[in-house]
Design a protein around this ligand. Structure first.
Ligand SMILES: NC(=O)c1ccc[n+]([C@@H]2O[C@H](COP(=O)([O-])OP(=O)(O)OC[C@H]3O[C@@H](n4cnc5c(N)ncnc54)[C@H](OP(=O)(O)O)[C@@H]3O)[C@@H](O)[C@H]2O)c1
Length: 323
């Protein structure tokens, strides 16, 4: 494993980390969840990502259970949660968002579900137009001072709002956000590369990036249709097809096919190549992997070797194929 600092903080995250969205507490049984966490840990993964909203808290409960069951040393791993969407269907106004109340309540609920005394990383999962930024910053700062959160950050906030958070932190003497969690993959790169670039330079923010495979599209598994046993094939994620395939599904699929063919020509698994591509960006602190089976995770972890083997000419071919 390779370790990278979370922006200019002193925290070292594994360059490849592992998240529980759309798997734990849902399609992935507890036994396989345990095998996945164990396999990741054994290969040096030290960051496990979660959120209150994943399977309405069930993903955190499963992750907390298996981490306790595996007896991972608390000082050896980093675990996160995120607040915003709530952990129940049809949340009431105080059960979602970024008010001081929900930030406080959601943190304590996540601590219980994950069976830990503190969260290493705590994210505001989306911006909340109904909560003043300064209130959210103060609420996060309070959790940091209470020792319940070590580093807080944002996920998919417009850069301008993140700047507002930094200004509020400066004005109030509060802890500023340390990291952003954006989507980043070969089909979705602009926000990280353009919009967020100055946040890393100006504030030393790190990034923990999600969906490196565009929910599996970049593995080639959707090249010839949607397999029934895949994420996009499951009823619960029918809505995601629109996001992943976009308005023009044939264009996204033809790019995925071109990428898969290129990977075959280079003699590497497309999944490992797509993840290695994310690692090339030095502003990426950790690429959060998702997997529903251990075999997928092991293939994805090969990205480190692939990254070491690829030369500039290979990457130029990838960029050209995806342009
Ligand atoms: N902050 C946010 O808003 C946000 C949003 C999304 C995700 N995240 C975080 O980022 C993590 C990773 O995101 P993601 O799960 O979308 O990542 P991803 O790598 O884009 O997709 C992972 C899914 O692709 C399929 N897959 C993975 N490896 C494969 C392989 N080698 N061969 C074939 N299929 C493979 C699996 O689904 P199937 O086997 O079911 O097809 C797997 O669950 C999440 O767990 C979560 O922690 C954060």
């Amino acid at each position: 494993m390779q370790y990278r600092r979370l922006g200019s903080s002193g925290l070292q995250l594994s360059a490849l980390s592992f998240g529980a969205w759309a798997t734990f507490g849902g399609r992935v049984a507890r036994g396989e969840a345990r095998n996945l966490v164990a396999a990741a840990w054994d290969r040096g993964v030290n960051f496990f990502d979660n959120a209150e909203t994943y399977a309405n808290g069930a993903a955190e409960r499963v992750m907390g259970d298996v981490i306790a069951d595996l007896r991972l040393p608390r000082d050896g791993f980093v675990v996160s949660s995120k607040v915003f969407f709530g952990a129940v269907d049809d949340p009431r106004p105080t059960q979602k968002g970024l008010s001081r109340k929900h930030v406080h309540d959601a943190c304590h609920a996540a601590l219980k579900r994950l069976r830990v005394d503190y969260l290493d990383l705590y994210y505001c999962h989306r911006p909340d137009p109904d909560a003043p930024v300064a209130e959210t910053v103060a609420a996060m700062d309070a959790l940091v001072r209470q020792g319940k959160v070590l580093y807080w950050g944002t996920s998919e906030w417009p850069a301008e709002r993140i700047r507002e958070a930094h200004a509020a932190a400066r004005a109030g003497g509060f802890q500023a956000p340390t990291m952003e969690q954006p989507q980043y993959n070969l089909l979705h790169r602009e926000r990280v590369e353009v919009e967020y670039a100055s946040l890393c330079d100006d504030f030393g923010m790190g990034t923990t990036t999600w969906s490196p495979l565009a929910s599996g599209l970049l593995t080639g598994k959707y090249n010839d249709g949607v397999p029934a046993d895949s994420r996009l094939g499951s009823d619960a994620y029918a809505w995601l097809q629109r996001d992943v395939l976009g308005d023009d599904a044939s264009r996204r699929l033809s790019r995925a096919r071109a990428f898969t063919a290129l990977a075959a020509g280079l003699g590497v698994a497309p999944a490992a190549l797509a993840i290695a591509w994310c690692l090339r960006n030095p502003r990426v602190s950790s690429v959060i992997l998702g997997a529903s089976q251990v075999a997928q995770l092991l293939q994805n972890l090969e990205a480190l070797d692939v990254a070491a083997r690829m030369g500039e000419a290979d990457w130029a071919r990838v960029d050209a194929a995806m342009a």
